[in-house]
Design a protein around this ligand. Structure first.
Ligand SMILES: Cc1cc2nc3c(=O)[nH]c(=O)nc-3n(C[C@H](O)[C@H](O)[C@H](O)COP(=O)(O)OP(=O)(O)OC[C@H]3O[C@@H](n4cnc5c(N)ncnc54)[C@H](O)[C@@H]3O)c2cc1C
Length: 481
């Protein structure tokens, strides 16, 4: 049995940033328990595969750095992107400061110094063009680490934490969370006054089961279901010059549904994610390896009310149906074929001027796999987007399905992210309080601040505590958005 002051479940950005704050401002003995491996062991046999069943053989979602380590590492530096920090922090100024603090910590561990933010006039022009076509464009300061750099940053981060006395217990899964106790898969126990659970999306359903067992109330969050769109990079070039990961929000004509672009990988790859009984697609880009294509997720937001409020169950059923139809591979279809109501074939795809970057796919018919409403939203949404980015809805555009951002149950907490079980805190994507690297990191810092507060250590996200971060040049820019 191990005895520590703080036990953190999960070494994703939420867990690592929490450990950072605690080790900077206290002598609390902290242990991070992570079911995956250390960064150097997190290798993939192929860029197009993303196995993570029990974290083997490839470690895309689990391990030190969490899902962020092998991601594109694009930091969206805005408090209302990837989550809503304004909801968690009383003072809006603090929300902006928190983003600056996270950015500063990433820089400290080697993130590239270049801040990606377009020319103000071009940004305004793009906003105007989008608005006049019924599309909302959201300008965001961003920093791109790229998959290659992200790994180095995470390794440095972990080394720093170890120097500060944070312990890591790797390849060890937490089976159960109890008040002041964690039960590990090997039967051992870790006792700690404070427990912070940050298991990410991969183990979100485990967390909601644990919450139910512990009597922590939860609610379902909306689910995002859609496709990954792949177009020639040249079509996206003019937009990417203005915004590295442009976010467009659209309401569709027929259903008035909310559709958005997400996770743009310029000159990147479409990748497959393999779950236990279904597959999904995602995207990735590298600083060094470039393709001729750009891909982005195009997602319809779905909220359900009675009798089925469980958006996760709904999303999984769509994912499974698509997976069955694709023969346990994602389906790829040309937009023109979807419009014409016919399946794609490899021959038809070869007539297209987009060469798919993901080869382990089945050419098929997305309309056979996904609900009519979602397909209609995708078609209408892309047509609107085409008026802002000409060519994006060309017949040769490739659509890969399913792209699903699995919803999670949001755990009810107070503003410090402490649950109704005293001293059990939650953070990150798995708890439904974030959906991106920066927001996940922010919730880790907020929960850690809550833990420190209980020890009588008051931390404010102000210049008094984080002078270098908040007075930096980057922060001046970030604070304008
Ligand atoms: C392919 C891909 C690309 C992405 N690209 C971007 C991007 O460019 N920009 C962006 O902002 N976001 C991106 N994201 C999302 C981003 O990675 C996540 O939002 C972020 O990592 C969430 O952080 P987290 O700490 O909440 O969880 P995670 O990063 O998922 O980490 C949770 C960790 O907890 C561990 N764990 C879970 N349960 C247990 C348990 N019971 N016992 C022990 N350990 C456990 C897991 O193994 C995992 O390592 C991407 C995600 C993916 C999958």
């Amino acid at each position: 049995m191990l005895n520590r002051d703080v036990a953190i479940v999960g070494a994703g950005p939420a867990g690592l940033f929490a450990a950072y704050l605690i080790s900077e401002f206290s002598n609390l003995k902290t242990i991070v328990i992570e079911q995956g491996a250390d960064v150097p062991e997190r290798e993939c046999s192929s860029s197009s595969r993303a196995y993570c069943s029990k974290c083997k053989p490839c470690h895309v979602l689990c391990g030190i750095g969490g899902a962020g380590t092998l991601s594109s590492g694009l930091l969206n530096l805005r408090p209302d992107i990837g989550g809503n920090l304004y909801e968690l922090l009383e003072n809006p100024r603090e929300a902006a400061n928190l983003v600056c603090i996270i950015d500063h910590i990433f820089l400290e561990f080697g993130a590239p110094r270049k801040l990606l933010i377009g020319d103000p006039e071009e940004l305004e022009e793009l906003q105007r063009k989008a608005a006049s076509n019924g599309v909302r464009f959201i300008p965001i300061p961003q920093r791109l680490m790229g998959t290659d750099k992200s790994r180095a940053v995470v390794m440095k981060f972990k080394q720093h934490l170890e120097k500060k006395g944070v312990e890591f217990l790797l390849k060890t899964r937490v089976e159960h969370v109890e008040k002041e106790k964690l039960i590990l898969s090997n039967g051992e126990e870790v006792h700690a006054k404070y427990i912070l659970v940050a298991p990410g999306r991969y183990n979100a359903s485990w967390l909601s089961k644990e919450a139910e067992r512990l009597g922590i109330p939860t609610k379902y969050t909306p689910i995002d279901i859609g496709v990954r769109v792949e177009v020639p990079a040249i079509i996206m070039d003019p937009i990417i010059k203005i915004a590295r990961d442009p976010k467009f929000h659209i309401y569709t004509t027929t259903y008035d549904d909310f559709v958005r672009t997400f996770c743009v990988n310029h000159r990147g790859f479409v990748v497959m994610e393999v779950y236990e009984d279904f597959v999904c697609v995602n995207g990735r880009s590298y600083l060094e390896r470039k393709t001729q294509n750009t891909n982005f997720a195009f997602l319809v937001q779905i909220n359900l009310t009675e009798p089925l409020e469980n958006t996760l169950a709904y999303g999984i059923s769509v994912a499974k149906q698509t997976t069955v139809l694709g023969g346990f591979k994602p389906i790829v279809q040309r937009l023109g074929d979807l419009r014409k109501g016919r399946r794609s074939t490899w021959t038809r795809i070869s007539h297209s001027n987009v060469i798919p970057t993901l080869k382990t796919v089945t050419p098929g018919d997305i309309a056979m796999a996904m609900p009519h409403r979602i397909v209609t939203d995708i078609l209408e949404g892309l047509d609107k987007l085409d008026r802002v980015i000409p060519g994006v809805a060309d017949d040769s555009t490739l659509l890969y399905a399913p792209e699903i951002k699995l919803s999670v149950c949001r755990l009810y907490t107070n503003r410090d992210l402490e649950t109704n079980v005293e001293n059990i805190f939650v953070a990150g994507d798995g708890a439904g309080v974030s959906r991106g690297l920066v927001a996940a990191a922010a919730t880790g810092l907020i929960a850690a601040r809550g833990i420190l507060r209980k020890e009588g250590i008051e931390i404010a996200f102000t210049e008094e505590f984080f002078k270098d971060a908040i007075s930096s040049e980057s922060c001046k820019i970030i604070s304008q958005f």
